[in-house]
Design a protein around this ligand. Structure first.
Ligand code: NI
Length: 132
């Protein structure tokens, strides 16, 4: 990933530099490394349907909603080539979290999310992906 290093100059607000330097000091790193990683993080955000991604969908739902778990399982079986694994976490008496790990086309991940997001009993969906 690291190619030849090129020196460059950018303009930043004074407050932002101050915050950056405070963070850099707190983790014992240097400005260049932290800025490089921040840029890579930014560039890893998928934005095109054809992007290949890997990541995680977190779904919080009510396990008291009759039939919902079976329905989500059925939906997952329709994305057999996208889903790498999943983990079920019992959050409290009423709520469960399903973490679905995916690797594939961003458009397929979006399609999976669209099938789950509107279901009755689904309380929250969060996502975290990196572009491959
Ligand atoms: Ni549970």
């Amino acid at each position: 990933m690291a190619g030849r290093i090129v020196r460059t100059s950018i303009s930043l607000p004074r407050d932002l530099i101050k915050e950056l330097d405070y963070f850099v000091d707190s983790i014992g790193s240097d400005r260049s490394k932290v800025v490089q990683q921040a840029i890579r993080n930014f560039l890893s955000i998928p934005h095109k349907e054809e992007d290949r991604v890997a990541g995680l969908l977190m779904i919080v739902y009510s396990h008291r909603m009759h039939g919902l778990e079976e329905e989500i399982t059925d939906i997952q079986h329709g994305f057999i080539n996208l889903i790498v694994s999943d983990i079920h976490i019992h959050l409290d008496e009423e709520k469960c979290m399903l973490a679905i790990f995916v690797k594939g086309m961003f458009k397929d991940v979006q399609s999976l999310m669209r099938k789950i997001v509107g279901k009755r009993g689904v309380l929250m969906i969060k996502e975290s992906f990196v572009k491959l």
